[in-house]
Write a protein that binds this ligand. Structure first.
Ligand code: TTP
Ligand code: MG
Length: 406
């Protein structure tokens, strides 16, 4: 059986998410990247805006001049991250061999899984329908025997496309396309190749390997293979993260230690909650501080015994903060906390004392309530003072965390 790889890429992703939240924007030129006439560049342009020549990377001022009637939106990352997670979990329902690439694209190895849906074509249609039905977004799908051709096919089929390249037809599919369509050829590579009289992927495929290696070194080998439609790279599931961290940049620089500690407590709870969700423990806690002049320091502490409670993370972070502040009292613009050296949880016998056990039970209860009612349903004493920093913490219930006697 030949390998079948699917590449799925959402159309005008950031813009499309904005359009689902504000249907008035549908069918209109829309740009995400910043308000009109601001500095900065276009991150995503709707296909209606692309008709005016707008594209990602274009300065906003240029975009505004070419298409003054477009709606310009600053955008907000959490919305896109949320849509991305839902997109990836739909894909994971179709095959366990999923390789996310960035937020809005992924490879899926579908060899053998298509029989459940009738055919590969029907499987692709089912994927597109679920994405449209559940997220309101359009996806373009390319299918081929390897990653590179699948990606080119998806790109070529946009928007709302579906294109399958039959096994054996990869070289003839690629041949007429301009070399800029081949992933991995940057503008520099394109210039070099154009200088050699190479404009299409077909011409590139016919170039002797030795000549390509002379100009591109080791990457010449890959260019040669990809241009000929040969790509046996495997689908690589995302590596399990080796660390977890959260950080916050303040609106104004902060000198007040109580406020720094309150923020640290909030971030420690976020980190702790994810750590427990992943069923892991940590051996190393790292504090990060960035001062007003952007100099950044990190301070780490290795725990005598691994743990995963909010209190352990926070207590360690607070000690590190105390030490850092005693050496440098400048105001901070960013504070962050992270855990690394993650391990599997030890046996109950590893629990040194009753207070550690009590903390673990408390964290379990908190996690359960938060899973049900949201992260801010419970506030610890310290984070209650953060209303001005995190508006979402309003209305939470106060919970006094026990202090650990050590
Ligand atoms: P892309 O998939 O490259 O672009 P797109 O989804 O907007 O449009 P299409 O796929 O239909 O061509 O990138 C996905 C998102 O990544 C995009 O919506 C915004 C973000 N992005 C940037 O923030 N900066 C960039 O330079 C690019 C290319 C993308
Ligand atoms: Mg996209």
């Amino acid at each position: 059986m030949t390998r079948r790889i699917m590449h799925i890429d959402l159309d005008a992703f950031f813009v499309s998410v904005e359009q689902t939240l504000n249907p008035e924007l549908q069918g209109k030129p829309v740009v995400v990247g910043g308000k009109r006439d601001r500095r900065g560049v276009v991150a995503s342009a709707s296909y209606e805006a692309r008709a005016f020549g707008l594209h990602a990377g274009m300065p906003l001022v240029t975009a505004c001049r070419l298409c003054p009637q477009a709606t310009f939106i600053e955008g907000s990352f959490p919305k896109y991250r949320d849509a991305s997670q839902r997109f990836m979990s739909i894909l994971a329902d179709f095959s366990p061999y999923l390789e996310p690439v960035g937020l809005d694209e992924a490879y899926l190895e579908i060899t053998g899984f298509e029989s459940i849906h009738g055919s590969i074509h029907q499987m692709a249609v089912a994927i597109k329908q679920r994405i449209k039905g559940e997220l309101g977004l359009c996806a373009s799908v390319g299918i081929a025997s390897g990653k590179v051709v699948a990606k080119v096919a998806a790109e070529l089929s946009k928007p709302d496309g579906l294109l399958e390249v039959a096994t054996g037809k990869e070289p003839s599919f690629l041949a007429p396309l301009p070399i800029s369509k081949l992933p991995g050829i940057g503008s520099k590579g394109e210039r070099i190749l154009n200088g050699l009289g190479i404009n299409t992927i077909g011409q590139l495929a016919a170039l002797p390997l030795a000549k390509l290696k002379r100009h591109f070194g080791a990457s010449g080998e890959f260019l040669h293979r990809y241009a000929n439609g040969i790509d046996d790279r495997k689908i690589e599931p995302p590596a399990a993260a080796k660390s977890i961290s959260r950080e916050t940049t303040f609106g104004d620089d902060i000198k007040d230690r109580a406020r720094l500690e309150a923020t640290l407590r909030y971030l420690s709870e976020r980190v702790g909650s994810e750590l427990r969700q992943r069923g892991k423990q940590t051996r190393c806690v790292t504090l990060k501080l960035r001062y007003a002049d952007f100099t950044t320091i990190t301070r780490s502490h290795t725990l005598r015994q691994s743990g995963n409670s909010d209190q352990t993370i926070f207590d360690t972070g607070r000690q590190l903060l105390k030490r850092a502040l005693s050496q440098d009292r400048r105001p901070a613009r960013l504070i962050g906390i992270g855990v690394s050296n993650l391990t599997e949880p030890g046996r109950q016998l590893d629990m040194l004392d009753a207070s550690a056990l009590r903390l673990e039970q408390l964290n379990k209860v908190i996690d359960r309530i938060r899973q049900k009612y949201g992260f801010t349903a419970i506030q610890t004493g310290r984070t209650l003072q953060l209303k001005d920093i995190f508006p979402e913490t309003k209305g939470g219930y106060k919970l006094n965390t026990p202090s650990l006697s050590r």
